[in-house]
Structure formats: C-alpha cells, structure tokens
Design a protein around this ligand. Structure first.
Ligand code: C2E
Ligand code: CA
Ligand code: CA
Length: 667
C-alpha cells in the first residue's frame, strides 16, 4: 500500500526518490519517536518495579534480590535514557538503549529469581518473560529491525533460561518454548504491520501537506497575476485601487496622511509612432523599473495606472517630502538618457511629468486626491513637461468647480446657458471690418458667468465641446452669415472636435442648409500644449479646405509645435499671439515680433495680430505693415444684437472705407 502512497508523493515532488522519502520520514519522526520512547520507558520501569509485588507473592525467599535488581536496572536505564536525551542523541540510539534496558531488565530478574527455592512457582512464573517480548514489539514504537533483534534476543534468553533453570518435564519445556516462539512470531508480525502503518500515515500526511502547499502556491500565483501589470510587472490599476482604498481608510480612521503622484511619460505617443510599439514597451519597462526603485527607496507603492501613466502612493506628512520624491523621479528618468529624438521640444531623451496631491482636512473622497493629482499633472504638462507640479489648494485657479461646470455644460444648450459674442477683426488699411471672431460664453444656472479659459478645457475633457462646437458653427451660419450681417466669421475649434469623424461633413451640411459659401467661415485652431499633430486632425483640415473654408492658426508662438504645423498645413491666416505685441515695450520684444512677422511673410501666409489694446499698439503694427488687427482697442466682443445695431454703420463704412468708427468700442 505504502508503495502507492510513495509513488503519489514522488509524482507531486518528482525530486524525492523512495529512499529520500524514507530518510525524510526518519528525520520527521525523530522527535516524535524520542518522546514516545521516553514515555514508554518511564511507564515500563514503573510497571517493572510494581511487579515486585508478584515477586513477593510467588518467590518471597529471593524478593530482596529481585527488588534490588529491579531498582538497579530501572533507575540505571532511566538515568541512561535521560542522559542520552540530554545530549540530544539520535532516536535510533535512544531506542537501542531502551531495547537493551528491557533485555537487561528481563535478564536481571531471571538471574535473581532463579535463586529461589520455590522452583515450581518459578517454572511457571518465568512465562512472564513473554511480556518483555510483547513490550519491545507492541508497547514501544521501535523500528522493525530494533524490535526484531530485541525480541529475538529476548526469546533466546527465555529458551536458555528454560533449559538451564526450570526443573520441569521436557514436554513442559517444549510447550513453553513453543509458546515463546509463537509469541515472538506473532508480536514481530504485528510490529511489522504497525511500522508499515506508521509510514503510510506519514506518507499520507506528507501528500496532504504537499497538496495544500501546491494549492496555496497556485492561489498566490493567481492572486499575483490578477494584481500585476503583465508588461511592467508593477501592480495594476485594480491592485492600486484597492491600495488607495486601504490608505483612504487609514486616513479617515487614524488621520495617516498620504500623497498621490501621477506620472506621465512625455510625448510617449510620438515615441510609439516613431520607434514602434515594441520599442515603446521596452521604454515603458525601463522607466517603470527606474520609478519603482525610486518609489521603494521612499517607502512608497507604485503601479501602472494606464498606458504611459504611473501612480505612486506615498505615506507622507507634508507636500515637501512628496515633492522630493517627485523630483527624484523626474531626475532619475532624465538620467536614464533613453533616446527620444522626435519630441519637437528640443529635448531628445525620455522624460516624465509629475502631478502631486496629498490628503488634506477638506478632502472628502479618495477620488478627489486623484483628481487633484490629475490636475497637477495637467498643469505640469502645460508648463512644458519634464517637471512636477504640486496641487496647490490656495491657488484660486485650483478652486475646483470643474465638476459643476461639467454638469452645467451637459445641460447648457437645452437651458440656453451658452451664447456667442463676436469680436471684430479690422483691416486698418481699408478701415473695413473684414471678419468677426465668435467667442463662446457660458453662464451657470444662477447666472454667474464662467470664463472660456475655465469652461473650454472642461468641455474638451468631458467631450461636451463637440456638441457645443457644432452649435456654434450652426449659430454663426444662421445668425450672421445667412443674414449677411458680416462677410466672414471665424470660429474657434478644438483639435478634439476635428478628430471626431464627421466634422467636415457637418460643416458641409450646415453651409448647404443656410446656403453660405465655405470661404465665409474660418476655423481658428490653436497649437496648444495638448495638441499633437494627429493624422485625423490633418485629414479633417484638408476636408475643410476642400469645402472652401478658411483655416487659421491661432495663438501662434505659444505652443511647441507651431512651426511643424506651418510645415504640415497650409493656413490662410496666422494669428500672432497677443503676448508678442504686449512684449513690444522692450527692444528685444520688438525684435522678436519682427522676426516672427518676417518668418510668416516668408511662408506667404496672411498675418493677423491680436491683443491690440492701445493706439500705440495699432501704430506699431501699421509701422510693421500689419493691417489685420484685433483687440480691445479695435473692438470688444459683443453679442449679435449689438452687431445688428451697428449694422447701418457697417454698410456705411463699406461705402466709406476711411471711416475708423466701425465697431470701435462697440463690439
Ligand atoms: P482666443 O481664441 O485667443 O480668443 C481671444 C481671447 O482674447 C478672447 O478671450 C478675447 O476676449 C480676448 N481678447 C480680445 N481682445 C483682447 C485684448 O485686446 N486684450 C486682451 N488681454 N484680451 C483680448 P475669451 O473670450 O475669454 O476666450 C478665451 C479663449 O477661449 C479663446 O482664446 C479660445 O481659445 C477659447 N474659446 C472661446 N470661444 C471658443 C469656442 O467657441 N470654441 C473653442 N474651442 N474655444 C473657444
Ligand atoms: Ca481665437
Ligand atoms: Ca488667440
């Protein structure tokens, strides 16, 4: 039977041969065997001494000798046993000593008892020798060879004693001898069975524990797998979300503060486009290893939060230590010097941007911490990337009403909360208002106005901009172009709108609906921080041009990709950002603006300068030969109704191009 069990165990642990298993069995049973032998010998000695009473009953004339012998052997064997155990002898040695003790006990008793004159009683009494044999085979848990040797010796002693000391008929001696041999055979057989049984129990227990260990390992591996990001080996979003919940609970229950860092690999989309996805993966793995080593040196946890975004949860007291960690991450990734030649911002290695936030008394939800880290990350990217930004609750900019704004944007059209105002763009040479720019306005339900600088990014993030943008195009076509109120209207569009399929189709349908020619509609596109030159955007722009619509580049000079845009796309007009005009109070600023103008002239595009706030601004621009101007001095943004009121003026202006009054301070 145990062969089967051995095979089962050996199959589970192929490294274990049957010999090794037996060896393991011996090792495992060592202390158990020693304990059993010790208990056994103490009990056996107690009984051995107790049998002094039967000595007294049956062979009273030599009882003083037998008792002395019993005491000597009993005490002697216990002393030897305890000494062996004290010296940490092996179980085999302890068993051997116990077996020898049993044999000595029998021998000493025989030798003292045979001196009796009550020979008859002694002849029968010596049959008790069988008890010694039973004890080595059945009472103790000796291994089979030890038990066999001891009981065989015991049998020999018995037979020799029978022959030498027992004054009885040969027939009786033969009967007792046969009894003794039978006892030896039967008890040895039972001992063999017992030993096999013990080994089988061990094998079963071993198999059960191996199975348990294997099941535990499988369970652990599965758990590990479901919590691990397969590419980087970091914790995945699922695991990190759980961690965040744990940290949040500790913050709520015991006010243990923590910081959250969101880390984004800069220009990773470009990296993937130029180097391929395999290289992209390699890059992510390298960055993740670096971030992990930094995070663990700060006792923090890191996980992959999505694509090229990582998240770190750091148990920290203040924003300074969180800043140190973020700084170490930026520096560490830069020090990797992992090449990225296609990022268009002058840097040619991989870098990361980090947004940091931490728990504050006012924080009510864990999502808020993440949201704030996300905003800080957004700000870090807007600052030019390869940097960190810590969320600053004191900063009025960070006054987080974006959730309210997002909710308002959803219902804005249906509740009439959005409107358009129009700002004139004047040709100062002709004095004509060539066009107006449509600017969106939003009011909250209670009437509070929200600046576009605030609601446009939210609309872009939530996708509301798509519906709002289309509404703006339709409104402009219906209210201004179809009614011939103005010749050209420019509408601001976010690249997100251009990416969504069907934008150009919508424009075509709207132009057709109001019977307006494409050339009267201009689209202002900003080369902002977030803008990457997307294939879909380029395709959409070319579709718009096919419709005859104009495409203008807005805020030129503020982003990073301006020149690339100029190279890729044919713009009808480029609007130079107002900051360049406002910097013209210094010679350096003037030179800068002139350089930009020269560059654009060489490209052969029309130039428009925005932000004309004073007569001096206008004069300077005229001096530079720029005729298309926009700004508060030219006219402020105003609603269409006001535009209509000034309509008469406009037509009179067209008849009289010298008039400078058009729109002045009106729009
Ligand atoms: P922008 O396209 O650069 O629009 C010009 C902004 O400058 C307007 O701010 C306008 O009021 C302001 N401005 C005009 N003249 C002057 C001046 O002489 N000095 C100064 N300091 N500012 C002047 P507004 O209306 O707050 O719009 C801000 C931004 O919001 C716009 O910048 C544009 O990027 C975005 N935006 C506005 N309407 C829309 C829209 O319908 N769709 C999209 N996607 N974005 C829009
Ligand atoms: Ca604009
Ligand atoms: Ca602008």
């Amino acid at each position: 039977m145990h062969v089967l069990a051995e095979t089962a165990v050996a199959t589970m642990r192929p490294s274990l041969s049957p010999e090794q298993l037996r060896c393991l069995y011996k090792q495992k049973s060592e202390s158990g065997r020693k304990r059993a032998t010790r208990n056994g010998l103490w009990i056996a000695v107690a009984f051995y001494l107790a049998y002094s009473f039967t000595d007294y009953l049956f062979i009273s004339d030599v009882v003083q000798y037998t008792i002395a012998g019993r005491l000597a052997v009993g005490v002697g064997s216990l002393c030897i046993l305890e000494l062996l155990l004290y010296r940490n002898a092996k179980a085999d040695t302890v068993d051997m000593a116990a077996a020898v003790s049993v044999l000595a006990a029998y021998l000493v008793w025989l030798l003292t008892a045979q001196m009796t004159t009550i020979k008859d009683a002694f002849s029968y009494y010596m049959v008790f020798g069988a008890i010694f044999m039973m004890s080595v085979n059945l009472f103790f848990s000796f291994r089979f060879p030890v038990a066999l040797a001891a009981s065989a010796t015991n049998m020999l002693i018995f037979i020799v004693a029978l022959y030498l000391f027992a004054p009885m008929l040969l027939l009786h001696k033969l009967i007792l001898g046969a009894f003794c041999i039978s006892c030896f055979i039967f008890t040895s057989y039972v001992n063999l069975q017992l030993n096999r049984e013990r080994y089988k129990v061990f094998l079963n227990a071993l198999e059960a524990s191996l199975q348990q260990a294997a099941a535990d390992e499988r369970g652990k591996a599965l758990l590990q797998l479901s919590n691990t990001d397969s590419l980087t080996g970091l914790e995945n979003r699922r695991a990190i979300d759980q961690r965040l919940r744990d940290y949040w609970e500790r913050w709520q229950d015991h006010r243990v503060p923590f910081a959250v860092l969101l880390i984004d690999v800069d220009y990773f989309k470009h990296y993937n486009d130029y180097y391929g996805h395999q290289e992209g993966d390699r890059c992510l793995v390298a960055v993740s290893h670096l971030l992990q080593s930094v995070a663990s040196s700060f006792g923090s946890i890191i996980g992959r939060y999505g694509g090229e975004e990582f998240i770190v949860i750091a148990p920290m007291q203040d924003s300074e230590s969180a800043t140190e960690l973020a700084e170490a991450m930026c520096v560490g990734v830069r020090a990797l010097v992992w090449p990225h030649e296609h990022r268009r911002d002058g840097t040619s290695v991989i870098t990361v941007s980090v947004g940091v936030s931490y728990t504050r008394e006012q924080t009510k939800q864990v999502d808020k911490v993440i949201h704030e880290a996300d905003r800080a990350l957004y700000a870090a990217k807007a600052t030019g990337r390869d940097t960190l930004v810590v969320f600053d609750p004191e900063d009025p900019q960070s006054n987080d009403d974006s959730e309210d704004i997002a909710a308002t944007l959803k219902i804005a059209l249906e509740h009439g909360l959005v409107s358009l105002v129009y700002q004139p763009i004047r040709n100062v040479q002709t004095g004509k208002t060539d066009a107006v720019e449509a600017l969106m306005r939003l009011a909250m339900l209670d009437g509070t106005p929200v600046s576009p600088g605030k609601f446009i990014p939210v609309a872009e993030r939530t996708g509301s901009i798509i519906e709002l943008g289309r509404w703006a195009i339709r409104t402009v076509c219906r209210d201004l172009l179809a009614t011939d109120l103005v010749q050209v209207v420019s509408v601001n569009v976010s690249p997100i709108e251009l990416k969504v399929p069907g934008f150009a189709g919508y424009v075509a349908a709207t132009l057709a609906e109001f019977d307006v020619t494409g050339a009267r509609l201009a689209f202002e596109i900003t080369e902002g921080v977030e803008l990457e030159i997307d294939k879909d955007v380029v395709r959409c722009i070319s579709d718009l041009r096919k419709l005859g619509a104009q495409v203008w580049l807005d805020d030129f000079g503020t982003g990073f990709a301006g020149l690339s845009w100029l190279r890729l796309i044919e713009f009808d007009t480029v609007k130079i950002d107002r900051s360049f005009l406002h910097d013209c109070n210094t010679e350096r600023g003037k030179r800068m603006l002139l350089d930009i103008i020269t560059l654009l002239r060489n490209r052969g595009v029309k130039i428009l300068v925005e932000g004309v706030e004073t007569i001096e601004h206008q004069r300077l621009m005229q001096q530079y030969g720029i005729s298309q101007l926009q700004g508060y001095y030219i006219g402020r943004p105003a609603p269409a109704s006001q535009l209509e009121a000034d309509n008469v003026l406009r037509f009179s202006t067209i008849r009289n191009p010298d008039s400078r009054r058009l729109f002045r301070n009106g729009l």
